[in-house]
Design a protein around this ligand. Structure first.
Ligand SMILES: Nc1ncnc2c1ncn2[C@@H]1O[C@H](COP(=O)(O)OP(=O)(O)OP(=O)(O)O)[C@@H](O)[C@H]1O
Length: 367
């Protein structure tokens, strides 16, 4: 992407009411040209509603939606430069693959031969070259979703809107399709907007992610920033696993905050490591990810890092990883640590007193 990417979709203070229900509460959002953008959030947060207002399937109550710098309020869905792929495969089982894809061109004035060439091209893009004459009902779930993608792409829309397109697939197929969708998006260069409730899917696929709660955007960032520096406890909790420890601010200077952390003791954190808390949650908390702390075996020497004593409460073996739930002194709930099993299984037993190595750089203060 260039340094100054063009805006492809702009939502300006978009509100949507269903009767009395306030489903979108002032959405301000710019999606860049050529970007893979995701709307992520729990069920009912309004992500599908937002996607449908961009598509034009839903009117907005107030605000503005622009696509490619043009106001869309009076432009019906079928005249917007967008196309949508749905969760259900929405293909016609009694037609062939080629007929299904050609359905995307039904209003196109081009000749039969030209259309056939476009169908072949679109099938090639989604990895279905040579499948044109197959009966659609005989395809697997993943292949059906590729047909739906080819049909949506054949019109070369400026924006492809994807509403949970992979959620009906089993895990292996979903992971494979995630990688293929990323490759496809890079190849065609079209702006993709994905709706998903699956945080892993959003992290894997997106250039940027908007995390939504209760009709608003809580944080909009690149995946790495969302994961490492969530600005809000709800975001931290929704994306991956975050441990929380009670904390108290002891002193504060221009560049550092001194915090007494339950179980870990006193730490000094720069302001960059401070995030907002949920507005209706006044408690100060320290958060950290499971992989940012390390268990040290009884025979291992002391490290350069800070060390804290802990007692192993639970061990969960996952093959490549082991999760340890640990009790820290003075902290009521256990914290979760993950360790890669690089040299085979090196499990410490439940009930063992052990040492935990950590660094203040991996802590986030929520206040
Ligand atoms: N046509 C409608 N009439 C009334 N309420 C609606 C309508 N469509 C959606 N809603 C409500 O608006 C809220 C947001 O719905 P939306 O479908 O956008 O959520 P979502 O985040 O996409 O959730 P999900 O992943 O479950 O689809 C929900 O509380 C839903 O019940």
């Amino acid at each position: 992407m260039s340094d100054d990417p063009r805006a492809m979709i702009e939502c300006q203070d978009v509100h949507k009411y269903y009767g009395d229900y306030h489903a979108l509460r002032g959405i301000d959002l710019t999606i860049r040209e050529g970007e893979f953008f995701s709307l992520l959030g729990p069920s009912g947060c309004g992500k599908t509603t937002l996607l449908r207002t961009i598509a034009g399937f839903e009117d907005i109550s107030s605000g503005a939606v622009l696509i490619d710098s043009k106001h869309m309020e009076d432009v019906p869905a079928n005249q917007r430069p967008t196309n949508m792929v749905f969760q259900s495969y929405a293909i016609f089982p009694h037609l062939t693959v080629a007929q299904n894809v050609a359905f995307g061109l039904r209003r196109d004035p081009r000749s039969k031969a030209e259309k056939a060439a476009l169908v072949e091209e679109a099938l090639g893009m989604v990895g279905l070259k040579g499948y044109g004459n197959r009966a659609a009902h005989a395809l697997s779930g993943g292949q059906r979703q590729r047909v739906a993608l080819a049909r949506a792409l054949i019109l070369k829309p400026k924006v492809l809107l994807l509403d949970e397109p992979l959620s009906a697939l089993d895990r292996k197929m979903r992971e494979q399709m995630q990688v293929e969708l990323i490759k496809l998006q890079r190849q065609v260069g079209i702006t993709f907007v994905l709706v998903t409730h699956d945080q892993e899917e959003a992290l894997v696929m997106s250039d940027r992610i908007a995390v939504m709660f209760e009709g608003g955007i809580a944080q909009l960032d690149e995946p790495e920033t969302l994961y490492a520096r969530p600005t809000d406890r709800r975001v931290a909790d929704f994306i991956g696993v975050m441990n929380f420890l009670p904390a108290e601010v002891i002193a504060e200077s221009d560049d550092l905050v001194t915090v007494e952390v339950g179980g870990l003791g006193r730490v000094e954190l720069p302001h960059a490591q401070i995030s907002r808390s949920n507005p209706d949650d006044s408690a100060v908390m320290i958060g950290f990810r499971p992989e940012t702390m390390t268990l040290i075996g009884p025979s291992q020497p002391h490290t350069q890092a800070r060390e804290t004593e802990a007692i192993i409460d639970e061990v969960v073996y996952y093959g490549d990883m082991t999760y340890y739930d640990l009790r820290l002194e003075g902290v009521p709930d256990p914290v979760r640590i993950s360790m890669r099993n690089v040299f085979g299984r090196d499990v410490q037993e439940v009930g063992t007193r052990t040492r935990l190595a950590w660094s203040p750089g991996s802590l986030v203060l929520f206040r």
